[in-house]
Design a binder for this molecule. Structure first.
Ligand code: CTP
Length: 425
């Protein structure tokens, strides 16, 4: 019986896989919470998990037998039965090794065979050392699992095994329980933004599109930016759970799901909107093509042909990006991402611009290259980090390029996390 009346977990059949990390002891607390909600919980321990916890605790908590190997109940085909009938499979904690096995469909123990037979949602709570979490192999495995629809909850930042601190700590049992409640609620929205993702504690400000500087009521100075790159970044971040405000210069693009949009027209409007939001965010991504100059005067009435060719004097607009960097000063947040549209030697120009602008991350693209960049659905970029790390993204759909940019931003945010809370974590 549930402790406090029915919840979306009452009567649900949940499979909790426990794998071999020090956080395995916390799985007992998770199981206790789920049983308290009235769920029928079945626990499967990996071989590694048995080095940390034993089956007796889980059998006592759930009233169900705890198994590890696929061959323990061959006639009953336990793995198929458990997988098919589970309303959700949760792996808590999920080690790097188990993530790798799940990503590639390995089935060498009861947990992985069951996961292959399962048809319901798969929830993974990774736990490992920061270096392992950040390793490209783990990043790639997580990307594969997320692309296949798995929900990755965490990891959190905090103390790790062996006295270290950093990202890689398993999220608290309550977080996973709350996630399951959202996931299994009747009529639950299964769009990615509705459930916590790896960026669920990140607030992001993205600017996109080309600003317009009015000459008269019907004419403006503009540029060829379509806004697609910035919109794709906003969408990719929101899908990973970030809280995203998108400041959009004029464009017909639809607002990505889960994103809050603020429409602006000119560089000065954009500057004001950025100032209004920058203090409340962890990162600012400046993908907008901001006009460097505007007409000194905007005519109140339409300039007519019979008035003859006008002479337009231009004055400088604020450098919005420079303003964000300047106001941030020595503080670690917001992390600032600049975009640079370059021609000529991309690498040299990008490195110079990174230093010049004082940004944490610079995304440079060669606007002279055929078929990419402005007004195109594709792009190819070079991402440079302040500490010298770099990533080349060959020509691909802007949405895929945006995924990589968001990955790199996630890395930059993790790097500054220690400076942020002053603990070195
Ligand atoms: N940017 C800005 N405000 C401006 C101009 C540009 O915030 N008035 C930001 C853009 O959003 C982008 C980066 O600066 O992130 C673009 O830099 P770049 O295209 O190189 O433009 P400039 O800084 O103007 O450099 P240059 O004129 O030397 O090419």
């Amino acid at each position: 019986m549930p402790d406090d009346g029915p919840t979306p977990l009452t009567g649900r059949r949940l499979l909790v896989g426990v794998t071999g990390g020090i956080a395995a002891y916390k799985a007992a607390l998770l199981v206790r919470l789920l049983v308290g909600d009235g769920a029928d919980v079945h626990v499967v321990l990996s071989r590694g998990a048995r080095a940390f916890v034993g089956p007796t605790t889980f059998e006592g908590l759930t009233g169900n037998a705890v198994r590890s190997e696929a061959w323990e109940d061959v006639p009953d085909a336990t793995h198929v039965e458990l997988g098919r009938t589970a309303d959700a499979v949760v792996v808590y904690p999920a080690t790097a090794h188990t993530l790798a096995k799940l990503a590639h469909g390995f089935a060498d123990d009861l947990l992985t065979t069951t996961a292959l037979a399962a048809t319901g949602p798969l929830v993974l709570a990774p736990a490992m050392h920061a270096e392992m979490w950040e390793h490209p192999a783990t990043r790639a495995n997580v990307d594969v699992l997320v692309a296949r629809g798995a929900d990755v909850v965490g990891p959190a930042t905090g103390p790790l095994m062996g006295g270290d601190r950093g990202v890689g700590r398993v999220v608290e049992p309550e977080t996973v329980r709350d996630h399951l409640v959202t996931l299994l609620a009747p009529g639950a929205d299964r769009t990615p933004a509705a459930v916590p993702g790896p960026l669920s504690d990140v607030r992001l400000l993205v600017t996109a599109g080309g600003t317009r500087e009015a000459l008269d009521p019907v004419r403006f100075l503009g540029n060829r930016s379509s806004g697609r790159m910035g919109f794709a970044v906003a969408e990719a971040a929101a899908e990973r759970g970030a809280d995203v405000v998108l400041i959009a210069a004029p464009t017909d693009l639809p607002t990505p799901a889960g994103v809050r949009r603020v429409d602006v027209v000119s560089a000065r409007d954009l500057d004001a909107a950025v100032r209004a939001h920058e203090g409340a965010v962890d990162a600012v991504v400046m993908a907008a093509a901001v006009a460097d100059f505007r007409p000194e005067d905007t005519l109140p009435t339409k300039w007519r042909r019979t008035d003859g060719p006008p002479t337009v004097r231009l004055v400088a607009n604020p450098d919005v990006l420079a303003g964000v960097v300047e106001r941030r000063g020595a503080a670690p947040r917001p992390v600032v991402v600049g975009f640079a549209a370059q021609t000529g030697d991309l690498e040299a120009a990008a490195a110079a611009k990174l230093a010049d602008k004082g940004v944490d991350l610079l995304v440079a693209n060669d606007v002279a290259a055929a078929g990419i960049g402005f007004e195109s659905a594709e792009n190819a970029v070079l991402v440079l980090h302040r500490d010298g790390a770099r990533r080349d993204v060959p020509r691909a759909a802007k949405r895929l390029v945006a995924d990589v940019v968001v990955d790199e931003l996630h890395t930059a945010l993790r790097r500054t996390a220690g400076a942020q809370d002053g603990t070195g974590a």
